[in-house]
Structures are given as structure tokens and as C-alpha cells.
Design a protein. Structure first.
Length: 162
């Protein structure tokens, strides 16, 4: 019985120490935003990050095109990784637009109310970004990444600092 208690205690001590080390370790800061209306917004940072995502998508497209036609296992592996990277970054853009901008920043305006036309323009600009991001998932032509950049630029106009 004593052996089991000692072993259990040792496991508990090791678990506690490892947990403390994880908490004390230097961690990377991750930007996130909840869906609570807290009023803490950094629109410019999100737009910058979406532009960074487009840069990554463009690089992925270039690498996929470069690897096309090669049939060795390493080339296949790298092409798959670039496709996954392109998908992830396009999905991130769609998530930011839908979960941050559309749900927290674009406020509905009823038809006939002042600002309704501007509201429709905002919706169209946000939709254009999501559609362009989706197109970059489907294609390996840089023109689609360029269209996404233009769509982000058009949407960003709505978020100029005051």
C-alpha cells in the first residue's frame, strides 16, 4: 500500500511541477476577440492581419504552381502543405469578416432610414472579401489573390481611424 501512495504522490508532484513550469514559461501573445460586446476593438490590426493572410496565400499559390508537374513524394508533400496553408489563411479571412466585422461592427439600418444605402454598400464590400477569399481556395492563379487584396482595400475604407 505504501508503494502505491508514494507512486501516486510522486505523480502528483510531477504533474504540479510541470503545470507550474507551463504557466511560468514565456508564452506568445495571441490576439483574439470574444463575441461579448466589450467595446475593445482594433479594426486596423484585423485588416493588417488579413493583408498578411493574402501575402501568405499569394506565396502558397506561387509555390503550388512551382511544384506542379513534379511527381516525387517530397514535392507532393510540400504541395499538400501549401494547399492547406492557402486554405487556412483564406478561412481566417472569412472568419474575421463574418465573426468580427459583420457581427460586431456593421450595424443594421432599416430600409428608408438614413444611412441605409451606406449600410448596403458595407454589406456588399464585406461580402466581396468573403467571396474573394473563397475563390482563392478554389484557384491557383495569382489574379484571385489580387482580387482579394482589392476587396480588402475596399472594405478597409469603412474603418479608417477617426
Amino acid at each position: 500500500m505504501k508503494r502505491y501512495v508514494t507512486a501516486g504522490f510522486s505523480v502528483l508532484v510531477l504533474l504540479s511541477i510541470s503545470t507550474a513550469l507551463v504557466w511560468m514559461a514565456e508564452t506568445e501573445t495571441v490576439e483574439a476577440h470574444c463575441q461579448v460586446p466589450c467595446g475593445i476593438y482594433d479594426d486596423a490590426a484585423r485588416i493588417r492581419h488579413m493583408r498578411e493572410d493574402v501575402t501568405t496565400i499569394t506565396k502558397a499559390i506561387d509555390n503550388i504552381r512551382q511544384l506542379a508537374g513534379r511527381h516525387d513524394p517530397q514535392a507532393f508533400n510540400q504541395a499538400v502543405r501549401w494547399v492547406n496553408t492557402k486554405e487556412d489563411h483564406a478561412s481566417h479571412i472569412i472568419s474575421v469578416v463574418s465573426e468580427y466585422f459583420l457581427t460586431q461592427k456593421v450595424k443594421p439600418v432599416a430600409p428608408g432610414e438614413p444611412g441605409y444605402d451606406q449600410y448596403l454598400k458595407k454589406l456588399a464590400d464585406h461580402h466581396a472579401v468573403m467571396a474573394a477569399a473563397m475563390k482563392t481556395k478554389q484557384h491557383t492563379d495569382r489574379a484571385f489573390a489580387d482580387s482579394l487584396t482589392k476587396a480588402i482595400d475596399a472594405m478597409a475604407v469603412h474603418y479608417k481611424s477617426k
